[in-house]
Design a protein around this ligand. Structure first.
Ligand code: CU
Length: 121
């Protein structure tokens, strides 16, 4: 039975699938593998994309595609909070002395906006 609730759920799933399909960036091929270290953390739609897996000392790009500012803030102060201006890219360097692990981050401006950065040894 196609109720309104089912329909909205279906549309949500559809839009998520579309978002995933478009995440490749317009190239002809789309892969489902994780981004390599040193790539980009995209911020779009008041949400962080999947953070790249990195090593201490790695630098990657944080690409804020939103027309509002965000922050890239460690939940346990593992790094100094980074301001992400609207429609701008910032180079972020993982602290060289950061121990391997999973680091939760969030945006100070938007509650519920966050993710996790995996640091390999
Ligand atoms: Cu934000």
């Amino acid at each position: 039975v196609l109720t309104l609730k089912n329909l909205s759920r279906y549309l949500l799933v559809l839009s998520l699938l579309t978002a995933v399909a478009c995440a490749g960036g317009g190239g002809g091929t789309t892969t489902t593998t994780a981004a390599p270290a040193g790539s980009t953390l995209v911020v779009q739609g008041i949400a962080f994309g999947t953070a790249p897996t990195v090593r201490p000392g790695d630098t990657f790009t944080i690409d804020n595609q939103d027309s509002v500012a965000h922050t890239f803030t460690s939940s346990d102060d593992s790094w100094e909070s980074v301001d992400l201006a609207a429609n701008s890219k910032v180079q972020f360097t993982v602290p060289a002395d950061l121990a391997p692990g999973r680091y939760v981050f969030f945006c100070r401006i938007h509650s519920g906006m966050g993710g996790a950065l995996t640091v390999e040894g």
